[in-house]
Design a protein around this ligand. Sequence first.
Ligand SMILES: CC(C)(COP(=O)(O)OP(=O)(O)OC[C@H]1O[C@@H](n2cnc3c(N)ncnc32)[C@H](O)[C@@H]1OP(=O)(O)O)[C@@H](O)C(=O)NCCC(=O)NCCS
Length: 153
Amino acid sequence: MVIAIRPFRSDDAPQVAEIVRRCLREVNSQDYPVEVIDRMCGHFTAARFVELSAGRDIYIADEGGVVGTVSRDGNKVHSMFVDPDAAGRGIGRLLMDHVEALAAADGHEHMEAGASITAHRFYLRRGYQDVRESESGFGLTYLVRKPLRPSAA
Ligand SMILES: CC(C)(COP(=O)(O)OP(=O)(O)OC[C@H]1O[C@@H](n2cnc3c(N)ncnc32)[C@H](O)[C@@H]1OP(=O)(O)O)[C@@H](O)C(=O)NCCC(=O)NCCS
């Protein structure tokens, strides 16, 4: 089935929250202590995604159901999660291509992301470079940055 990248709708929120919960429990838990995973699970509820959608653009990878999500606030990437059952099939790449193209079209020169330990190498592979490490209630993350090509538009 074809994977479409489309804007989030509020009725996606339960599926999005479930994918995030599974990523945190099954994937990120290899890199973060259980207290951090619990805190992040408490943060990323379905209701929180509906709230967040008022202030940032949230996108869905849809393959007859939600298989991934990413959010964009200007040139900043947030909340990038791919269903663990669908990992390694290029869905993360499609989501990032989408938000990077939108940021370039808006005239941004760089894209920035707060990468989890788990996703750090995914971003480095896409040409992002480390800016600094940051420690928060959500644990260690890496601020990473990549130049964007000017849009042809
Ligand atoms: C990180 C994540 C978004 C990647 O999504 P994905 O759909 O599996 O990634 P893709 O299949 O599009 O992979 C794109 C490329 O990155 C590479 N890659 C993906 N995850 C990687 C990882 N953890 N380490 C190294 N390389 C990775 C792939 O091998 C692929 O390489 P290629 O270009 O040579 O083919 C996904 O694994 C995920 O949701 N992880 C858990 C949640 C998380 O940490 N999210 C990020 C919060 S900042």
